[in-house]
Design a protein around this ligand. Structure first.
Ligand code: GAP
Length: 454
């Protein structure tokens, strides 16, 4: 059973310290969220899982962490200055603004007036000054996608790693879009993170690699706990494609507010490298690109045998971290009926994503002997570097189990008076609620087993 409403997720996230409205103290800023003690752990775990699958587990991908502030030239030649827009409509009666494609009837959703302006393009990129002079000339954009700096670093990475095609460059980082109507909690925000891979391939092999990445990404989402039944593939219609795309397949997920894009996998052809490259005329670029007299470098690949230059095609799996979190939280959220008519809320996260891997709980709060024993166990488990281990010295064992069910902690380790005598503890499993007694010395292996490490 998945969550019924977005409100239930929002409430859990705030109550348990996953996600808060940003700038709430001063009334909040729309479309921005802060990640609390458990949110930051969950986010980091998801990003690590992506990095592991996309970089460490492969032999053909390098990593990158480029700057957020981006030269206007990059976004001029990438096409974003001209085309990264949403059609905007103003209501002349109440001055509210809407995305044209959000208006089902030609009426203002706020005041119902029909006195609306014609749609006009609104560029979604944020700008900021560079340096002390605010003359409108020295500015940078906050990147609207992490991809562009991967393209502009193509030659740097190629030269410093001696890669040959096919190979990829992966990056995780913030992206910013001045969305006209941010909404649906963390689904559409103005500041978010992307996990993007630009995979450079020999032209002609691009559609084969597109299929490969679609299948690989579906499997990865399933490995993060998303039921494949809740995922759908949508081929983007040609008139809806981004300006750079030859083909795009969206992985759609049934969010609480409806079926929407979780990740896009695009065949960006030779558009981006072709747009940013020097010597365009000599390179047989197949996409329609702007003439570029400003680029200092040739972004192409030279075949060692034939010496011929070729601009690679690019396959791009691009996933949003926050949309991933929302989907994962939605899948994990379960209300279970217990014996005696009671209910429990459990967040059945995959253990590798759980913000807290294990809670070590002294049966009696502040009892010196129990807390000392529990602290030792916590330290031993923490030294395994599996993620956060929590010493839960807050009394009431029943309440602790319930709290840890709600935040997805897969294992609770309870230290009681018997533990002081025979060095055994009670292990309590989040999903089955089953309990068993084990020697303290066996707890590390048990936890590693739960996390699939041993
Ligand atoms: N580099 C390609 C690119 O940026 P996109 O479809 O615009 O393509 C990729 O974005 C992914 O980034 C989306 O599938 C979504 O997961 C995430 N994303 C895009 N806009 C977002 C927003 N305003 N808030 C949260 N996530 C967003």
């Amino acid at each position: 059973m998945t969550a019924k409403t977005m409100d239930e997720l929002v409430s859990l996230c705030k109550r348990r310290g996953f996600i808060y409205q940003s700038n709430e103290l001063y009334g909040g800023l729309q479309g921005l969220y802060d990640y609390g003690p458990l949110g930051v752990e969950l986010k980091n775990n998801l990003k690590q899982a992506w990095w592991k699958a996309m970089v460490y587990d492969r032999d053909d991908v390098e990593g990158l962490d480029a700057s957020v502030l981006t030269s206007p030239k990059v976004l001029q030649y990438s096409g974003h200055e001209d085309t990264f827009t949403d059609p905007l409509i103003d209501c002349r009666s109440c001055n509210s603004r809407w995305r044209a494609d959000d208006l089902v009837e030609l009426r203002c959703p706020s005041c119902n007036s029909e006195d609306l302006t014609e749609p006009r393009p609104f560029n979604l990129m944020f700008k900021t000054n560079i340096g002390p002079v605010d003359d409108g000339k020295n500015f940078a954009y906050l990147r609207p996608e992490t991809a562009q700096q991967i393209f502009t670093n193509f030659k740097n990475v190629l030269d410093s790693t001696s890669r040959s095609l096919p190979f990829g460059i992966a990056q995780i980082g913030k992206a910013f879009r001045n969305e006209v109507t941010p909404r649906n909690f963390i689904f559409r925000t103005r500041e978010f993170e992307q996990m993007e891979l630009e995979f450079f391939v020999v032209p002609g092999t691009d559609e084969k690699w597109l299929d490969f990445w679609v299948q690989a990404r579906l499997k990865w989402w399933a490995d993060q706990g998303i039921d494949p039944k809740n995922l759908e593939l949508h081929k983007v219609k040609s008139h809806e494609l981004s300006h750079y795309s030859k083909t795009t397949i969206d992985i759609m997920y049934g969010f609480p507010h409806g079926l929407e894009e979780l990740e896009g996998i695009a065949n960006r052809s030779d558009f981006d490298l072709g747009s940013h490259t020097r010597d365009q005329a000599e390179l047989n670029i197949k996409s329609k690109v702007k003439e570029n007299p400003d680029s200092a470098t040739r972004l192409a690949f030279q075949d060692k045998q034939t010496n011929a230059w070729e601009v690679p095609y690019v396959i791009e799996p691009s996933a949003g971290v926050e949309r991933g979190l929302l989907a994962i939280l939605n899948e994990a959220y379960k209300v279970e009926k217990l014996e005696g008519g009671k209910e429990r809320l459990v967040l059945a996260l995959k253990p590798h994503l759980a913000p807290i891997k294990a809670a070590v709980i002294p049966l009696k709060r502040n009892h010196v002997g129990l807390v000392e024993q529990a602290s030792k166990i916590k330290k031993t488990l923490q030294s395994l570097q599996l993620g956060r281990i929590l010493l839960e010295n807050s009394g009431n064992i029943g309440k602790n189990y319930r709290r840890h069910d709600e935040v997805g902690t897969p294992l609770c380790v309870t230290v009681d008076f018997q533990s002081l005598e025979d060095h055994t503890v009670t292990l309590r499993d989040r999903d089955t609620m089953g309990q068993k007694r084990l020697p303290v010395s066996e707890v590390p292996a048990h936890l590693q087993g739960m996390l699939g490490i041993k």
